[in-house]
Design a protein around this ligand. Structure first.
Ligand code: FES
Ligand code: FE2
Length: 369
């Protein structure tokens, strides 16, 4: 099992940071929490797209996610009891099967009642465990009850290219809406300023870059290339003496896939920026690799580099949130902000239910970073 890094919360006092909201994309899978925390009969809560969830694991191993609200009078189901099979509401003891949400028992019903408890459902969402996360499918309002048996898009899965590999996880809350989280992630121009560090690169290493992009369904790909020669971690990979190929894909609603291959060695990561509320989000990174598999201490080193890197983004976004509170008008410039423009166009198309793509073929972008 991989190790988890949690970056300090942005708001230890718990006070709400009121920044601008983003339109949310429903009818898709989002990671709610690390699935290894779902153990025994303990219930956990999480917030996804402004929806309070209660999560747990049945005794047969299946994970579940319900809306954390009893359909009877709305008390959070998470304050009730779970015996590994049924979740019992703390208020009047209604019992629910947590994967389907179906009510099994209403203790107050008498022999003269005609109500069939099993026709009542609490809201349960499709929930699947993959790559160490509990992924939850959040349907749009009025989409009706969804089950995992329904035709849902596939749950995202991190590619792995060998049987043996290591994994690591990283998570950080961001005080901005999901759009700012995502465009901050794909923005190439902040690197030399936000991520200045001796082991990464310095501001003076800025140089002209040309990157090839191509359209893919609901996203775009930065085509395979030798990664920046001015980044130390990539130089480390070069020790195997084989060409290093990197592909970075962005795919709606919120996924950045990175694959680095160097002969038989590989590193992959999936970074998601998930709306917690309409004005806040959380970044989750899961990475897998077989590079340096036999070198001890690689996992702590990878954690250190990844955590420091994400912490730098997080600190910048905390500062940005101060500015965004006052709803300033903003701008996106070519070419460095072109991926952000594609993101907004792709999102707009998804929200309109169209398959319009902002790119009509491969393009080259130029910027200095
Ligand atoms: S509020 Fe849950 S059983 Fe009444
Ligand atoms: Fe960054």
């Amino acid at each position: 099992m991989g190790q988890l890094v949690t970056i300090d919360p942005f708001d230890p006092a718990g006070a709400a940071i009121a920044g601008p909201t983003a339109t949310l994309i429903y009818d898709d899978w989002y990671p709610a929490m690390r699935s290894e925390l779902l153990r025994g009969n303990k219930l956990h809560t999480a917030m996804l797209l402004d929806l309070p969830l209660v999560l747990g694991r049945r005794k047969d191993g299946k994970v579940f996610a319900m809306r954390d609200s009893c359909p009877h009078r709305g008390i959070p189901l998470s304050v009730g009891w779970f015996d590994g099979e049924h979740l019992t509401c703390r208020y009047h003891g209604w019992e629910f099967e947590p994967c389907s949400g179906q009510c099994a028992t209403i203790p107050s019903l008498s022999s003269s009642d005609k109500l069939d408890a099993t026709r009542i459902y609490a809201t349960a969402y499709p929930c699947v465990e993959k790559d160490g996360y509990a992924w939850v499918y959040i349907p749009g309002a009025g989409a009706g009850r969804k089950t995992e048996a329904a035709e849902l898009p596939p749950v995202p899965e991190l590619p792995k290219f060998s049987d043996r590999y290591r994994t690591a996880f990283l998570t950080a809350d961001l005080p901005c809406n999901v759009d700012h989280g995502i465009i901050g992630l794909m923005d190439p121009a902040h690197g030399p300023f936000v991520h200045q560090a001796w082991w990464w690169r310095s501001r003076s290493s800025i140089r002209e870059k040309t990157k090839k992009f191509e359209p893919i369904p609901e996203g775009f790909r930065m085509a395979a290339h030798a990664p920046s020669g001015n980044s130390a971690p990539y130089k480390l990979l070069g020790v195997y003496g084989e060409p290093v190929e990197t592909t970075i894909d962005f795919v709606l609603p919120n996924r950045r896939w990175e694959t680095i291959r160097c002969g038989p060695k590989w590193f992959t990561s999936l970074t998601t920026v998930t709306p917690v509320t309409a004005s806040t989000c959380r970044i989750d990174v899961v990475a897998a690799w077989n590079v340096f598999y036999n070198v001890p201490f690689v996992t702590p080193i990878a954690k250190f580099f990844g955590a420091k890197f994400v912490r730098q983004d997080q600190v910048t976004m905390i500062q940005q949130a101060e500015g965004l509170k006052h709803n300033p008008s903003l701008m996106l410039i070519d070419d460095a902000d072109k991926p952000a423009k594609w993101y907004f166009a792709l999102k707009q198309a998804r929200l309109e239910g169209s398959d319009k793509h902002p790119m009509d073929g491969p393009v080259e972008l130029h910027w200095r970073s």
